[in-house]
Design a protein around this ligand. Sequence first.
Ligand code: G6P
Length: 370
Amino acid sequence: AAIEKGGYEHFMIKEIHEQPQAIFDSLRGRLDPESLNITLSGLDTIKEKLIAAKRVIIVACGTSWHAGLLAEYWIEELCRVNVEVEYASEFRYRNPIITPEDIIIAISQSGETADTLVALENAKAQGATIFGIVNVVGSSIARVSDAGIYTHAGPEIGVASTKAFSAQLTVLLLFAIKLAEFKQSASEELRKQLSKELSEVPDKVKYILDSTVEDIKVIAKKYQNATDFLFLGRGYNFPIALEGALKLKEISYIHAEGYPAAEMKHGPIALVDETLPVVFIATKDRVHEKIVSNMQEIKARSGKLISVVTEDDQLAISLSDEHIKIPASHEMIAPILAVIPLQVLSYYVGIERQIDVDRPRNLAKSVTVE
Ligand code: G6P
């Protein structure tokens, strides 16, 4: 077993460290690092349908649903098409309106999640086109899809999803940039910039892992006995706040909530006191000033601020009790980077609390029954 883990103590931390490779593999043969051209053969057969679609519906569960939520922000921004993100378990039972013009994007690591699979079968029966973003080749969801793109994360053993998530984000952003090219809905300059920065993500993720893990261990030790955590983000980082909270509760058993940073005023702010760690995902983007003022609001109520910030952001750093720096990037790329330290934080909090991080209680790697 030690050999399988390649020198790491657990699959989860091994898989966290495999992310530069998983992202690289998911880009390989698809994004040419020289010309920055994107080739996604999976799109060819449904190209006309994609261009004509008035609506894209993303269906998934768990961490894959969080990838879908971020994809909504990306696709709406770049492709100017309406996107809805649905929990598969809700979608399948509530008689949704589906037409043959709809594109359904299914996101699943295992390709075997029962709710996702049945939701797709129902939508397919109503004529929708199914596009699968799946990690396991030949899985049930891959087979039910009309077209798709595989993530190339490799086998994921740890129950808490890490490298499958960053590979999903990689492929979803590639998809959004390519669809924007088909539709001419985003400038060539922006598409090329995003493609270029996407090609740099593997190195940046490696840099983040090399430069932050030791500091994060210290933070994990310090806050391991908290009873609750709040994770706040806005815009592209809101889905990352949800994912950070999910990761922490899965493998540390600490109650954690992810919230849109401004929406916390409508409830979670009542929880804030000097014992509450509040994790801000506050990289520099169009809503940065807004989130900085949310940080000030938490600070004024004595909450403990742990922030993921862009490396030169002195203001956010000065407001924070703890900070984790990540390299500057385009605001659409930043969430792919920002999730990495949150995975690491969860892992080390779980370790401090002596949780079986690879097999946390009550959870399954793949939920094949409803
Ligand atoms: C389970 C796993 C999660 C995963 C979710 C969806 O809850 O523990 O890590 O995100 O299922 O799984 P899928 O294989 O469809 O992505």
